[in-house]
Design a protein around this ligand. Structure first.
Ligand code: FMN
Length: 304
């Protein structure tokens, strides 16, 4: 040992000078690693350490705010959107007899089963009040924490409709040509659709469904909207039902890649994004729809 030490001192004087320090550092590092390992084992066995705030309580992608594409400021000091003192009021809707339930549910299904997506429209006008009622009905939809994260932009002005058509057709041309790819385009063949969207000028109204990621309160605080995508999609479902119920038609469209330009054109704020574009009106006299059928109950319902 002594001869080793002499050899090091002679051949590597710098190493010899720092060896005690290096040894001490190594001992500290090994001890810390050991303590950390011990803590991990203890935590696993006792389960006593609560999960860190805002981390492990949701699986990846399951947090209700995980859809946000930007960092959110801390809203923890903002007052809640709805007061904790909100009065709970009686709710006693009429209870139907089983016979009536059966008859009403069947009739409603049969009526809704007549709904079809239509891409050829009549230019006949529709009273604005009908559209207002349809939008009112969509606004009765449930929403996460009652945030009501939607705006329905109703376009009646023919100049704006033409501008919308121009934006959408330009993007759709590229969508069909390059973005969607052969498989997607071939899966859509049965619809007989392409970039041409004449109905965007023919239909008396276009309804653009906007989803709101958040809203700014009067106090300047930014309120995040929980589950804003699902909530707005459900409201859009209500809207489709209301359109059909009023004897009108639409086609659910997702203007791929045109959302930003449409939002700018419509002068909508940064907290909103385009979700759907719906032409609304009467079908053209010679309108045709693909002769597809719907899955039977056995395929869409699982009873356990
Ligand atoms: C999310 C979603 C996106 C759709 N996007 C389009 C679209 O961009 N263009 C179109 O012509 N139809 C679109 N459709 C309509 C579907 O093609 C249509 O609902 C489907 O073929 C079934 O026909 P039906 O609505 O008559 O039952 C879309 C439907 C949904 C639900």
């Amino acid at each position: 040992m002594d001869s080793n030490w002499t050899w090091i001192a002679e051949n590597a004087p710098l190493l010899a000078a720092y060896l005690p320090l290096i040894t001490a550092l190594l001992v500290i590092v090994v001890t810390l690693l050991g303590v950390q390992r011990l803590l991990v084992i203890l935590t696993r066995t006792t389960g006593s350490t609560p999960p860190a705030k805002n981390t492990t309580r949701f699986d990846k992608g399951e947090h209700p705010l995980s859809e946000f594409d930007e960092e959110l400021p801390d809203e923890s000091t903002a007052p809640p959107l709805h007061s904790a003192d909100t009065l709970h009021i009686p709710y006693c809707p009429e209870r139907l007899s089983e016979a009536e339930m059966l008859s009403r549910s069947k009739a409603y299904y049969e009526e809704m089963n007549k709904r079809r997506s239509v891409r050829e429209f009549s230019t006949d006008p529709v009273p604005l009040e009908v559209i207002e009622n349809i939008v009112r009905m969509a606004g009765t939809s449930p929403s996460g924490a009652h945030c009501e994260p939607w705006t329905f932009v109703v376009v009646k002005d023919s100049k704006i409709k033409s501008q919308i058509r121009e934006i959408v057709e330009q993007e759709e041309y590229t969508n069909y040509d390059r973005r969607m790819g052969d498989k997607w385009v071939s899966d859509l063949k049965f619809l007989n659709t392409d970039h041409d969207k004449q109905y965007l000028e023919e239909a008396p109204y276009l309804i653009i469904v906007m989803k709101q990621q958040y809203h700014l309160g009067d106090n300047g605080v930014r309120y995040s909207h929980y589950y804003y995508e699902i909530s707005t999609a459900i409201a859009a479902g209500f809207l489709l039902t209301a359109i059909h119920n009023a004897g009108l038609v639409t086609v659910t469209t997702t203007p791929l890649n045109a959302g930003g330009a449409l939002r700018d054109l419509l002068g909508r704020p940064a907290n909103e994004k385009v979700m759907l574009l719906l032409p609304v009106g009467y079908p053209a006299g010679d309108a045709k729809v693909p002769g597809v059928t719907r899955k039977p109950l056995e395929e869409i319902m699982a009873l356990k």
